[in-house]
Ligand binder design. Structure first.
Ligand SMILES: O=C(O)C1=C[C@@H](OP(=O)(O)O)[C@@H](O)[C@H](O)C1
Ligand SMILES: C=C(OP(=O)(O)O)C(=O)O
Length: 746
């Protein structure tokens, strides 16, 4: 909107909550010159006048709409037609009309019938801000602030008319969205019309039962919460149900079908089906609550601007535990789901990536309780017990989920499609589709081997031997997991050791896996037996603090219960080679994975040529290691790390660009980078970093602020929630000066 909105003359037909709140909002903000009102009810018109909502009214609707620039029709759906008939011959040539009804198809038909099929100045709208309150006195000028208003423009809708209505909604703080008429009605049938129908129906059933007194006397939160909307206007809802009959019946039939299944489960004491419904529903409702609180990692986060403002910090101190290992958390859900029996997981990472895996298995019929404080209970269905999911599996930002699942899905009897967010949709999947094709699977990718992936069910897989063309634990795991379903033996050799959590965990579930040098082999035909899994803290999350404590003089921290699987300890080896002061204490083994407490004290680091054999062992830690290199004396050279270019972002480019912004001399090479450290006397300059929506880039530059000379602003940090949801809380407790701007990044 350019300039302040001022509409000379507005007519409002129907003086209820919705119309009056819009008018009041526009009035309070000085957007209206003159408002005339009409209502069937004289009292309402008089009240609106005395409240100053309208300047004049008339019992003759023609007088109200004559010469109006904008006519707001805010009457029950079934009354729209008679209003249009009454105003048709009295509106000006330029008047714009709009409505606020909950069903758009019915209003669109009325407009076409009365004003003509090509009438272009009627803009169909629907504010999603209803309330069981009603009438002039309930008018609230803030009702639409941050509330969605759906506009359903048609092909013939006039652009200027649309712009005026949009401006009038934006002026009262609404968030506008466009939809087609039919799509709107389908969505609203499910999200609004069906819940209202059910609320009315439940109250009616209970009120008619002979024990109704008891019910109302003892109705606790459940009855009250579920039925609040049954106090809404019966006329309005009668009209809505009639106007959206077809869509409502469709969604009601679906609901009735599921309700009958639930009834049968209760009758038959089928606890598994009941738990399936209840845990899935709880997960969906929890996710919805997070969306409401703007805390969920959902697609709109692509544009949500959550930034870290990181000021120079203090020496790090304390003894604490970072969240659970992401790689192990993914695998605990996968193998727990495919096991016979119930697997108990503790220390599970409640980050968006591992939750995406968890949701995928729920979608395939596995009953999973939790997570609650890292505890998850998985009711395994056996290797052949998964069910076809109702929709494509959505895997968010998580490469591990998609690549490991590709292997498992190849062995199922049903087709599966897997999709992800913008970042995942750019990552290479040919690396898993190729070996799976060799095993006899049919895996389609989008152009260039990118997601979405479509895996055909019912293929007879054959065991193969596969020479991994790159050091990738995800590809290795994909082939091994497909091998569980393939005839005979499946083996892989890797060019360099990569994380072996899949092999270790399969053994933990009682499955035979043979590792000989760089070759891993398994045979199909075995079974997984449920077990207990204690997920260690993620060394990849710990790495940010290892670097932070190393570069910030005076730091001394201990990170507890960190996984130190030999295939993951590259970051310790590299920092030690640079002169880092790191002690690995209290080494022990937990459920087949080695863990330790790690003490890090600050030390002046020196630049090194990072040994290439350490690259796969520290593959996710390079963004943090780049920060360490910038603080070191002399030059650090990284080679053999081209895989960094196909992670959540091109991590070589993203880190080099960020370092250069902060005044560091760094250049990217095809397979690595060369970084000139500024040494003990130097520091990072201030500046604005584009994290490329990559969690590890965001957290690395947050750590850099410890040695900053001015604030570092890191943009687009929402994705930190994929691997380290408590990062801000833990790092500020340890000594970082970090403020989150534009949302809650936790
Ligand atoms: O198997 C795993 O859990 C992972 C393997 C690595 O990916 P690549 O296999 O692509 O190297 C790593 O970067 C990723 O964060 C997790
Ligand atoms: C590369 C990563 O994860 P993924 O491949 O699972 O997206 C990571 O967490 O750094």
């Amino acid at each position: 909107m350019s300039g302040k909105l001022l509409i000379p003359r507005v007519a409002v037909i129907g003086l209820g909550l919705i119309g009056c709140s819009w008018i009041k909002g526009l009035r309070v903000r000085g957007c209206l010159e003159e408002v005339r009102g009409y209502d069937r009810n004289l009292d309402s018109m008089q009240l609106a006048l005395s409240e100053g909502l309208i300047d004049a009214y008339s019992e003759n609707i023609a007088d109200v709409v004559r010469d109006a620039d904008l006519i707001i029709i805010s009457v029950p759906i079934m009354a729209v037609k008679s209003v249009l008939e009454a105003v048709r011959d009295h509106i000006s040539e330029t008047a714009v009309l709009t409505d606020v009804g909950s069903v758009k198809g019915a209003v669109a038909s009325d407009v076409a019938a009365i004003l003509g099929a090509n009438f272009s100045r009627f803009v169909l709208g629907h504010p999603i801000a209803g309330s069981e309150k009603s009438g002039v006195m309930a008018a609230n000028e803030h009702l639409y602030v941050h509330h969605k208003v759906i506009i359903t423009p048609q092909d013939h809708t006039d652009k200027n008319a649309l712009a005026l209505v949009r401006s009038a909604w934006q002026a009262v703080g609404a968030d506008l969205e466009h939809m087609s008429v039919d799509h709107h009605d389908e969505v609203l049938a499910a999200t609004s019309h069906l819940p209202h129908l059910l609320a009315y129906s439940l109250v009616d059933t209970l009120a008619n039962s002979h024990e109704n007194k008891e019910i109302f006397n003892y109705a606790a939160g459940g009855f009250r919460d579920f039925t609040r909307i049954a106090a809404s206007s019966p006329v309005m809802w009668r009209d809505i149900f009639a106007a959206n009959k077809d869509h409502l019946l469709k969604t009601l039939d679906l609901f009735s079908h599921d309700l009958s299944s639930l009834r049968a489960a209760v009758e038959q004491g089928d606890a598994t089906t009941l738990m399936g419904v209840l845990t899935r529903a709880k997960a969906a409702r929890d996710h919805f609550s997070k969306i409401l609180a703007r805390r969920a990692y959902v697609e709109p986060m692509k544009t949500a601007s959550i930034s870290y403002i990181a000021n120079p910090g203090k020496a790090l101190s304390g003894s604490f535990r970072v969240p659970g290992d992401k790689s192990i958390s993914h695998r605990s859900i996968m193998l727990g789901s495919l096991a016979n029996g119930t697997t108990e997981v503790t220390g599970f990472l409640e980050g968006e990536d591992s939750l995406a895996t968890l949701q995928a298995f729920r979608d395939m019929g596995v009953v999973i309780e939790g997570p609650h404080r890292g505890r998850v209970t998985i009711h395994g269905v056996g290797l052949h017990g998964l069910q076809s999911p109702p929709n494509a599996l959505y895997l968010g930002n998580s490469g591990t989920s998609m690549r490991l699942l590709a292997g498992l899905m190849a062995g199922q009897s049903f087709d599966v499609e897997m999709s992800g967010d913008e970042s995942l949709s750019k990552r290479p999947m040919g690396r898993v589709a190729d070996p799976l094709a060799l095993m006899g699977a049919i895996v389609d990718t989008a152009e260039g081997g990118r997601p979405p992936l479509k895996v055909k069910g019912g293929s007879d897989l054959k065991g193969i031997h596969y020479d991994l063309p790159m050091a990738s634990a995800q590809v290795k795991s994909c082939v091994l997991l497909a091998g569980l379903y393939a005839e005979g033996e499946t083996s892989v050799t890797e060019p360099a050791p990569t994380r072996d959590h899949t092999e270790r965990m399969l053994r933990g579930f009682g499955y035979d896996v043979i590792t000989e040098g760089n070759k891993v082999t398994l045979r199909s035909g075995g079974e997984l037996t449920a077990t207990e899994i204690d997920v260690p803290s993620d060394i990849s999350s710990a790495a940010f603090f290892m670097v932070g404590a190393s570069i910030m003089p005076g730091s001394d921290i201990t990170l507890e219960h960190v996984g130190i699987n030999p295939t993951r300890v590259g970051v310790i080896n590299i920092l030690r080679a640079m002169g880092g002061n790191i002690d690995v204490l209290n080494e022990r083994e937990v459920g087949g994975e080695p863990v330790a407490d790690i003490r890090i004290r600050s030390a002046q680091l020196k630049g090194i040529h990072i040994p290439e054999d350490q690259v796969p062992l520290a593959i996710d830690e390079f963004p943090a290691i780049f920060i360490a290199a910038a603080c070191a004396d002399g030059e650090t050279v990284l080679t053999g790390a081209e895989e960094l270019r196909v992670k959540e972002s091109d991590r070589i480019q993203a880190m080099v660009d960020g370092l250069v912004t902060l005044g560091v001399n760094a250049v990217g090479t095809e397979d690595g980078a060369v970084i000139q450290g500024f040494g003990s006397e130097g520091s990072f300059g201030g500046g604005e970093i584009d994290s490329q929506h990559d969690h590890r880039i965001a957290m690395s530059f947050a750590m850099a602020s410890l040695r900053g000379s001015a604030p570092i602003v890191v943009r687009d940090c929402a994705n930190v929630a994929t691997s380290f949801p408590s990062f801000v809380e833990l790092s500020t407790t340890a000594g970082l000066e970090l403020v989150v701007e534009g949302g809650d990044c936790e």
